[in-house]
Design a protein around this ligand. Sequence first.
Ligand code: SF4
Length: 178
Amino acid sequence: MVKIVNAPEGMEGQGFFATSFDKVIGLARANSLWPLPFATSCCGIEFMATMGANFDLARFGSERMSFSPRQADLLIVAGTISKKLGPVLKQVYDQMAEPKWVLSVGACASSGGIFDTYSVLQGIDHVIPVDVYVPGCPPRPEQIIEGILKIQELAKNESLRRRDSSEYRKMLESYNIH
Ligand code: SF4
């Protein structure tokens, strides 16, 4: 049971804002996600539109694209991923520092889409864990923004200890990621 106590004397009133460390970190993380666009085909074009002036992802603090995995915390996979590309995607994910999130944009990234063939990966969650799936072929920029808002919610509410938990490690081990 959570017990809410009153703020100590002198710690509330005009000009004061009391909160917890977890909430401040969550707020900062959620509003400064740095995306790495792993765009391979048509869904990538929708993502470009999402970045453009009409939809303006900068409104959500995510205008800073990173093409280096080490300076990114949101992997956006948009497009068809072939089986040959799977290990490359996994390596990119591996090189990102924790905490990191994955957004799967469109039917191809999420399930192989219309390409039920020998060469196409039937969903990126066969090689890396996914946090949010965006449906559509292709999804509209509004849907991609909705997906990013869902990631923001996850980042905002995530416990600071989640990444050290045995459940999280087990989940990574199930993908053979150490
Ligand atoms: S889901 Fe549709 S629009 Fe997106 S990459 Fe696949 S075929 Fe192209």
